[in-house]
Ligand binder design. Structure first.
Ligand code: DQA
Length: 144
């Protein structure tokens, strides 16, 4: 099984970016944690991060035929991007929406996701652990 992890803008700054909100784990460390869990689950993992909306759209378009499912942390694009929504509608790859922070306990503009109703499920508020929970849940769902 092939799972793609797609990370959006500013997540490359994890570790130093607002650590009181996002913790001190870097993106590279997060990738290692997720890759280790993917190994335990016998899943092939691809990992992607971009600060650019168009690149994110292209990454989603590229999932078709290449991934059985995805973990998506679209970061700020979660709250704004019809283009990402349209791309996810077009490819119809099952995905779990992941957020390090609990977006529903934050500023009003973060409490709405333009992607969430398309997701298999959402994990928010558990920091890096949320990626592992999301991966486990997605794989279990896909394996039926
Ligand atoms: C985030 C939450 C978003 O609101 C924010 O813009 C991010 C990160 C999270 O993982 O908690 O950049 O997606």
């Amino acid at each position: 099984m092939r799972i793609a992890v797609l990370n959006g803008p500013n997540l490359n700054l994890l570790g130093t970016r607002e650590p009181e909100v996002y913790g001190r784990t870097t993106l590279a460390e997060l990738e290692q944690l997720v890759r280790a869990e993917a190994g335990r689950l016998d899943v092939t993992l691809s990992w992607f991060q971009t600060n650019h909306e168009g690149a994110f759209v292209e990454a989603i378009q590229g999932l078709r035929g290449q991934a059985d499912g995805a973990l998506v942390n679209a970061a700020a694009f979660t709250h704004t991007s019809l283009a990402l929504r349209d791309a996810l509608l077009a490819v119809r790859v099952p995905f779990v929406e992941v957020h390090l922070s609990n977006i529903f306990a934050r500023e009003p503009e973060r409490r709405h996701s333009r992607l969430a109703d398309l997701a298999v499920g959402i994990v928010a508020g558990f920091g890096p652990q949320g990626y592992l929970l999301g991966l486990q849940a997605l794989v279990a769902k896909l394996r039926g």
